[in-house]
Design a protein around this ligand. Structure first.
Ligand SMILES: CC(C)(COP(=O)(O)OP(=O)(O)OC[C@H]1O[C@@H](n2cnc3c(N)ncnc32)[C@H](O)[C@@H]1OP(=O)(O)O)[C@@H](O)C(=O)NCCC(=O)NCCS
Length: 125
């Protein structure tokens, strides 16, 4: 999903199949990601796009689990995951080969299952 605001690219949101190194291959699972140009930060766009992709993943694609991973220190990304109603399910150390030397390798995974998503939606007015 690509968002345009007044004809300019604002950023992207993606649902992709997990890389084999990231996760055990689980049928029906996808990883959520996003990136916005800085001038569009803090306007609620990442949250809105993430919520819509989660809805699309469960309702239209029939996924069973959606997860997202980020650096533990990336508070904006973590808050965006939480806004998409994903919950933190684990902390781990990223592969040092994936990052420049000296990078803080602490990372987190957030996730939501279709059962959790259905339960949250059925309890809404
Ligand atoms: C992460 C990113 C997409 C967030 O985009 P955004 O449009 O600013 O996010 P939103 O406005 O929807 O805000 C989502 C939540 O993050 C919080 N947030 C946003 N920027 C923040 C910051 N710098 N520090 C702490 N919290 C922040 C908001 O307060 C909001 O939390 P709330 O729901 O509790 O109010 C954006 O910062 C970005 O593109 N960063 C660079 C790329 C990146 O880190 N991508 C993720 C890689 S895993």
């Amino acid at each position: 999903m690509i968002a345009e605001v007044t004809s300019f690219l604002a950023g992207y949101w993606i649902l992709r199949a997990p890389e084999p190194d990231d996760q055990e291959p689980v049928e029906g699972q996808a990883e959520l990601g996003y990136w916005l140009l800085r001038r569009y930060w803090r306007q609620g766009l990442a949250s809105e796009g993430s919520r819509e992709l989660v809805r699309y993943g469960f309702e239209d694609l029939g996924l069973t689990r959606i997860f997202a991973m980020t650096a533990a220190a990336n508070n904006a990304s973590r808050a965006t995951m939480a806004a998409g109603r994903l919950q933190c399910v684990r902390t781990f150390h990223a592969d040092p080969g994936d990052w420049p030397p000296g990078t803080d390798l602490r990372a987190v995974e957030y996730a939501i299952t279709r059962e959790q998503w259905n339960a949250q939606n059925s309890s809404r007015p």
